[in-house]
Design a protein around this ligand. Structure first.
Ligand SMILES: Cc1ncc(COP(=O)(O)O)c(C=O)c1O
Length: 411
């Protein structure tokens, strides 16, 4: 068979979907427009000015004054991996509270970095109290505490109040993964005593996946500096190697990444120019709206979605007092094939909702209300469609109850 060239993307227009799952979600059109701009060079003063602007805006979004606030090129996982491989030395003891898939991911990445990984576990659908974490910190005596702020697999938001003080008392470095929570839930890096936070664009920040905003405290940056190793070819006599074992990744060496983002502008990777444009516009939109106003928008729309699902007679999953504003998980009713419902929503209504992982696989749907899609019309459209599909498959509810209950939340 002769090789058949695939059609160009322009001819293969992707279908128009309303993405109401746990992320990615529809990208704000302004961000898409920004990303479509032409390349500029890596050291063009306009480019480096854009990088400085990104650092400045993400400092405001993370609520930090950390000098080391930058973008790692890659999806949210690249930000996590950069923090862990740069911050954790082989043999370091780390503590990970696990109550969902993304706690397990932190264990996985820390383990691959050679850490001695200790966990404390809680049921999926719950979060930890500060006392539970303090007890584990006392017992394990970790060098780092690795937490997930919003675990998208369960929709729970781990309270971070008090954890910074616990870590400060015991000289523990404190990290949180805010991929799912940043921009839609309160998070104050400095006020919470966080040494590192990483995120992604594709959830509450309303951008595409592919750029990971990261911030590091001065204390953690100094620890990274003790592992400094500038690669041959760009290294000069000025660059003195750190006293500790160098970081076991070149791409994710936050010391070298910071050398590019900082005043030295030392070449490391080729910055993903397109993603920088997207990350800049996503941040600008957050600050234009106001961080608090944006969090409030996520809270109202998440509450309306939860009210609509409850009015449909569906049971919400997990401790609702601890739920992230931006994702609602709901039990799939008995006798209903969850995948068939998801497929019908996609095929007939163009709406995507999510399933979950591990113990929740096939048991819950996760419905996201975030970023550009944290809007009344998205919530009401999704509820109308879900109600109709459930009705078709035999789960009878008073038709119209769900959108009505949600709609009432906006009055
Ligand atoms: C809490 C959390 N952490 C990490 C990730 C991984 O992000 P990515 O797929 O962008 O690498 C996700 C993705 O959904 C997430 O929800």
């Amino acid at each position: 068979m002769p090789y058949k060239l695939p059609v160009s993307l322009a001819a293969r227009t992707p279908p128009c979907r309303l993405l109401m799952g746990p992320g990615p979600v529809n990208v704000d059109p302004a961000v898409l427009h920004a990303a479509a701009n032409q390349m500029i060079g890596q050291f063009d003063p306009v480019m480096t000015d854009y990088m400085n602007q990104a650092m400045d805006m993400y400092r405001q979004i993370f609520k930090t004054s950390n000098r080391c606030t930058l973008l790692v090129d890659g999806t949210a996982r690249s930000g996590i991996e950069a923090v862990i491989v740069s911050g954790v030395r082989p043999g370091d003891r780390v503590l990970v509270p696990v109550c969902g898939r993304f706690g397990l991911l932190l264990c996985e990445i820390a383990g691959r970095c050679g850490a001695e990984v200790h966990t404390v576990t809680a049921e999926w659908g719950t979060v930890f109290t500060a006392d539970q974490i303090e007890d584990a910190v006392k017992k394990v005596k970790p060098r780092l505490l690795l937490t997930v702020h919003g675990d998208t697999s369960t929709t729970m938001l781990q309270p971070l109040e008090d954890l910074g003080a616990i870590c400060a008392r015991r000289n523990v470095l404190f990290y949180t993964d805010a991929t799912a929570s940043l921009g839609g839930n309160p998070l104050e890096a400095d006020a919470r005593g966080l040494d590192a936070v990483s995120a992604g664009l594709q959830k509450c920040l309303g951008g595409p996946p592919g750029s990971a905003p990261v911030t590091l405290s001065e204390k953690l940056l100094q620890a990274v500096g003790r592992r400094k190793h500038v690669e041959a070819g760009i290294r000069t006599d000025k660059h003195v190697a750190g006293a500790e074992e160098h970081i076991h990744s070149n791409y994710f060496d936050l010391g070298m990444i910071m050398d590019y983002w900082g005043p030295e502008r030392l070449n490391h990777h080729t910055e993903s120019t397109t993603m920088l444009y997207a990350a800049l516009e996503a941040a600008r939109l957050v600050l234009e709206e106001g961080l608090d106003a944006r969090i409030h928008r996520h809270e109202i729309n998440g509450r309306a979605m939860a009210a609509g699902l409850s009015a449909m007679g569906l049971a919400l999953f997990g401790d609702q007092t601890r739920r992230m504003n931006n994702v609602v998980a709901v039990h799939i009713p008995a006798g209903i094939d969850g995948e068939q419902v998801r497929r019908t929503l996609l095929d007939d209504f163009g709406i995507e909702i999510g399933t979950s992982f591990g113990p929740l696989r096939g048991k819950v749907w996760r419905i996201g209300v975030m970023g550009y899609n944290a809007r009344k019309d998205c919530v009401l459209t999704t509820l109308v469609a879900l109600e109709a599909v459930l009705h078709r498959f035999g789960h009878r509810t008073p038709q119209g109850a769900a959108p009505q209950a949600a709609w009432d939340c906006y009055v």
